[in-house]
Design a binder for this molecule. Structure first.
Ligand code: KG4
Ligand code: ZN
Length: 411
């Protein structure tokens, strides 16, 4: 082993990202090219456009990551790439490029599960802040595992494509060196939480992606105005295969999962739609959408000025209900499985109400909780390079025949 530097590449959805991370613990660079403005006019990610943008961006982004890290290709110990889950064509761009680099430089290729990457975003972040505290206090450099969260950790991965609970355990010293272990504890049966944010925002005539718009506008509404409830999830239909199989439900069997840790967000989306219809709000939603589309760069302030109090109350109530459901099930699961800490990761982990309420609940329970920085919450490549480090140590390398795994699961 040489420098301990791993180049990470991420292209699973609508962000092209490259990063250099040292020994899974120190981010030397992290560059992300977002495609939001490409997809925004369509109200969602268009797979063909995503692949085209990745092709356009991957080389300059990788070069920028190396320049910012102050290193060259010959300094790298390995190249890591997200191999799934995600859009097949989008994943393929990153994988093909990573293979070419690894082959040309004669260094190992490491395949990383995108979901494992999101979990390692938080571990990387907690190691980096611990290191910073030690350096500020002039206590010297920490060891490699210092500053990591108490284990095992209950991880809530909550993004546009996932709402999954995993119990994450670090490698057992002396046994399976390098391999983290993940057990699936719960997941959504239908829409992911981020998908619900996006769909509700679209319905209300707000921009794409919807989460950040709702997050901002919710603070001006009354979260108790509309009492959205989450009915107890009935799994019989799902177990018998009679329930509709939606995007989020395609993967991983649920037979072994405790139904108390299953999520369902398609109901609240329909409840918001019904509220809009019953209260005659549809015309104002359409007018808001037209007004925002007509602006070159609409801001939160523009959106806020276009929302009456009833709409702001609806937004705040929706967010309050979703965050409450995530909070109750996550902490119940943490207690049930005896987790020593909780971590929340993925795009929705950027949500302010979620961070405030999870922090308060964790303090009450005396359980450490951690989130990634905002930059590490959404898709990035530092998390891919960080997750690759234990695999690098274990010699767990991918073959040149590595393919994209759009439906890859974890745990
Ligand atoms: O992890 P991510 O960047 O991509 C996926 O792997 O899906 O997550 C994107 C999702 C989108 O659904 C977006 O609306 C949501 O994360 N999101 C938020 C916030 N920022 C992003 N949801 C709620 N509040 C936010 N502040
Ligand atoms: Zn993601």
């Amino acid at each position: 082993m040489g420098s301990g530097l791993i180049l990470g590449i991420e292209s699973s959805c609508d962000e092209t990202a490259a990063a250099v991370v040292e020994r899974g613990a120190l981010t030397r660079s992290s560059i992300v090219a977002s495609q939001i403005s490409t997809h925004a006019p369509y109200g969602g990610v268009v797979p063909e456009l995503a692949s085209r943008e990745h092709l356009r961006n991957v080389v300059p982004i990788m070069r920028a990551a190396l320049t910012e890290a102050g290193c060259g290709l010959s300094d790298l110990d390995a190249v890591a790439v997200a191999s799934g889950p995600g859009l097949a064509g989008a994943l393929l761009v990153g994988i093909t490029y990573a293979k070419a680099l690894a082959f040309a430089e004669g260094i190992p290729l490491i395949a990383v599960n995108h979901l494992e990457g999101h979990i390692h975003a938080v571990l990387l972040q907690s190691r980096e802040s611990f290191r910073q505290q030690r350096l500020t206090a002039q206590l010297g450099m920490p060891g490699e595992d210092d500053g990591a969260l108490p284990m095992p950790a209950l991880a809530l991965v909550v993004s546009g494509g996932h709402t999954h609970l995993y119990l994450a355990r670090p490698p057992v010293a002396g046994a399976e060196v390098g391999a983290w272990h993940y057990s699936l504890i719960g997941r959504t049966l239908d829409d992911a939480a981020g998908e619900a944010f996006d769909k509700v925002a679209k319905l209300l005539g707000l921009g794409y992606p919807g989460g950040p718009w709702i997050d901002h506008l919710a603070q001006f509404g009354n979260p108790k105005a509309v009492p959205f409830g989450f009915a107890q999830i009935k799994t019989k239909a799902h177990l018998e295969g009679k329930a509709p199989r939606t995007k989020g439900a395609r993967t991983a069997p649920i037979a072994d999962l405790d139904r108390h840790f299953l999520f369902s967000f398609s109901g609240i989306k329909t409840a918001v739609l019904r509220y809009v219809e019953v209260h005659g709000m549809r015309a104002s939603c359409e007018a808001r959408q037209r007004a925002l589309m007509a602006l070159p760069n609409p801001t939160w302030k523009d959106a806020q000025a276009l929302c009456d109090q009833q709409t702001l109350d609806l937004i705040a109530s929706f967010q309050h209900a979703v965050v409450g459901d995530l909070l109750r099930k996550t902490f119940a699961a943490a207690e049930a499985v005896g987790a020593a800490s909780v971590l929340v990761t993925g795009g929705v982990a950027a949500n302010r109400e979620l961070r405030v309420r999870f922090t308060a609940e964790a303090a009450e329970r005396g359980l450490p909780v951690a989130f990634p920085t905002l930059a590490l919450s959404t898709d990035n490549a530092a998390m891919i390079a960080a997750a690759a480090w234990p695999r690098f140590l274990a010699g767990d390398f991918a073959l040149m025949s590595l393919e994209a795994s759009p439906r890859l699961t974890l745990g």
